[in-house]
Design a protein around this ligand. Structure first.
Ligand code: HGY
Ligand code: MN
Ligand code: MN
Length: 414
């Protein structure tokens, strides 16, 4: 059978997505599978079982990244695909999971067709891509590619006080394989992912040929004021941490509107202490997520934010410290690979469009290491990080078939 004629099994892909979605399933729909929780372990065990059933050699590294490797006629670096299976606490069935399970579906399709390749193929899932429990996001692929050192990752404390290393031990995924070997392991990397935004659906396009990933800046601010009685403290005598937090939140929205272009700004986490109706808060923790496809504009946004925070602290008589949770510059994917994905999509009868990724992805860590690109399929309503996340099976199938052809070309059918 010619490689062009090979097609994935859509029902099998759909069934695996549904089965994985049972790991951490939320009543009423959606998934909560935060990194290194019991639900993540359940999902990991399920996917590792599928990897073994496909006859792949399984490797678990010291940060719990899992790699399933299919031998080629030659040894050496593999043509890799994959993504993540951890989710945010209000996640859906597709963010990350599609990239991993479509990779397995490609392998199973090749196995069933008896297709051998010159280069090895590999499917991976990386630890803690979301960064929702332990910052930064893309932690596993950062350690896999040497962007972040292992010890720092293992020592990282999550929003619940747990440490990455302890949780990896607890769920049995603190592997032996050394990390930071991407250059010897990856000949190329392609990740299939849902767009998580509205562009493809609004334009009636089925496949996205992703040109790169925008820059990401996550900062946690710790605002310290004076807790006092809500009924006895005159307004002029307050060092109100909650007010400072509110001013920063409003500023962040105005900053994005004023800078325009592709500037995005979000306050996603805000925690008051003591968080009581009749006590002026003395401590607020707040996170700011800034993103832009342009590094200079992102730095401009950061500079204006920190200047505003300094002025608010002075005016409100509070002290504000901050720490960076994540900082990634914009990344461009391999132009030749992007063009190839675009052409394969067209050859397979799909509409296709080039676009940048708004979300961070494991693939962005591979861009400096080997030829790397991503394939997007539409998100219904542009919704993601939301239990209502959905992508039609026709679109999932189309994306997986583009992935199949792109991986097969890179691995060279024998
Ligand atoms: O935040 C992100 O962009 C990704 O979902 N980790
Ligand atoms: Mn993702
Ligand atoms: Mn995500």
């Amino acid at each position: 059978m010619s490689s062009e004629a090979l097609k994935i099994n859509r029902q099998r892909l759909h069934q695996r997505l549904q089965a994985l979605g049972q790991c951490g399933a939320l009543a009423g729909g959606g998934v909560s599978r935060l990194a290194l929780t019991d639900a993540d372990k359940q999902g990991r065990d399920l996917v590792v079982g599928w990897i073994r059933e496909l006859g792949l050699a399984v490797e678990i590294d010291q940060l719990g990244n899992v790699l399933g490797r299919r031998a080629g006629l030659e040894t050496g670096p593999a043509v890799m695909t994959g993504s993540h299976i951890d989710t945010v606490s209000t996640g859906g069935l597709y963010d990350g999971n599609l990239g991993v399970l479509a990779g397995l579906e490609v392998i199973q399709t090749l196995n069933e067709a008896g297709v051998k390749t010159r280069k090895p193929l590999a499917v991976a899932f990386f630890t803690n891509e979301e960064g929702a429990r332990f910052a930064p996001d893309m932690m596993g692929s950062c350690v896999f590619t040497g962007v972040l050192d292992l010890e720092t990752a293992l020592q990282t404390q999550g929003i619940d006080g747990a440490r990455v290393g302890d949780e990896l031990e607890r769920i049995g995924y603190r592997g032996e394989a050394p990390v930071n070997r991407a250059r010897e392991q990856a000949a190329a990397f392609i990740e299939l992912h849902v767009e998580q935004g509205p562009v493809l659906e609004q334009d009636g396009i089925r496949i996205g040929a992703v040109e790169g990933v925008q820059g990401i800046s996550w900062t946690e601010f710790s605002i310290k004021g004076t807790s006092n009685h809500a009924g006895t403290t005159p307004m002029a005598y307050r060092q109100d941490a909650a007010l400072a937090a509110a001013e920063i939140t409003v500023f962040v929205r105005q900053l994005a509107q004023r800078l325009g272009g592709r500037q995005l700004a979000t306050v996603g986490h805000c925690e008051y202490r003591p968080n009581l109706v009749n006590v002026i808060p003395n401590h607020v923790e707040l996170t700011v997520d800034l993103r832009n496809t342009d590094e200079q504009q992102l730095q401009q946004a950061e500079a204006e934010l920190f200047e505003f925070v300094r002025a608010v602290a002075e005016r409100e008589g509070v002290s504000i410290s901050h720490r960076s949770l994540a900082r990634f510059e914009p990344v461009n994917f391999d132009p030749a690979l992007v063009a190839r994905i675009e052409q394969i999509a067209l050859d397979q009868g799909n509409s296709v469009k080039r676009l940048p990724s708004g979300a961070g992805h494991d693939a962005q860590m591979f861009a400096p290491v080997c030829p790397t690109a991503m394939i997007f399929v539409p998100s219904a309503g542009g919704i993601s990080h939301n239990v209502r996340e959905h992508t039609d099976l026709d679109d999932l199938e189309a994306g997986a078939n583009v992935l199949l052809q792109a991986l097969l070309e890179l691995a060279e059918p024998a």
